[in-house]
Design a protein around this ligand. Structure first.
Ligand SMILES: [Zn+2]
Length: 211
């Protein structure tokens, strides 16, 4: 497939390892035998934009899954109106994951993957796709909604979703964490490292960075 449209976009999930990055761009129709589209929250709007560039036979071979995540307004009926061959809706990512794994396990060669929503959502879906052996070059991602991040505390190994500030207090062990640029595709999370190990009375100013 032609990846040239990915070049030069600046919405990468930054990472120190080149291959840990997930390229985010704009969803475009790809040639494929089957399309698997997973949208979370405001990602529904990216799917509706994608639909403007597709013909009706695209949707005849499409699995469209929507995770509204309590975002208003709910876009379910607009997505159903696209007439995908298979439509699914699950309230949260946790509820969706067993089904997503099943869709990936049953996907045939030539399937194309489209993922849209927050970085956390995209990261976790790509982690599942990677585990299922889906080639990242047959996948596109588009970030929509807040730029919050999923963090793993390196001290207690606990995960936190939707982190919007720098630094952030670990909700598991209470350590004040610096969110590093290092993104692990395997863990689908950024690293959080203690910011004031030398002197815990030193509390840097908290900034909204990722919202
Ligand atoms: Zn912790």
């Amino acid at each position: 497939m032609d990846n040239s449209h990915l070049a030069g976009n600046d919405d990468y999930i930054e990472g120190e390892e080149r291959f840990s990055q997930i390229p985010c761009s704009t969803l475009e129709p790809m040639d494929g035998t089957c399309h698997i589209i997973l949208a979370q929250g405001e990602g529904a709007l990216a799917v509706l934009d994608l639909a403007k560039k597709t013909s009706s036979d695209f949707w005849q071979k499409t699995h469209l899954a929507y995770v509204p995540d309590n975002i208003e307004p709910n876009r379910t009926s607009q997505l159903q109106d696209l007439n995908p061959r298979w439509f699914y809706e699950w309230p949260t990512l946790d509820a969706a994951l067993p089904h997503v794994r099943e869709i990936f396990a049953n996907s045939k060669q030539g399937s194309r993957l489209y993922v849209t929503g927050t970085h956390s959502f995209i990261g976790i879906i790509f982690q599942q796709a990677h585990n299922a052996g889906i080639d990242p070059y047959e996948a596109l991602a588009e970030r929509r909604g807040p730029k919050t991040r999923r963090i793993q505390c390196v001290h207690c190994k606990g995960f936190m979703d939707n982190v919007a500030t720098q630094p952030v207090t670990c909700s598991h062990c209470g350590v004040l964490l610096l969110v590093r640029g290092h993104y692990s595709r395997r863990l689908a999370a950024y690293q959080g490292v203690c910011i004031n190990a030398e002197d815990t009375s030193e509390i840097p100013e908290t900034k909204e960075l990722f919202s």
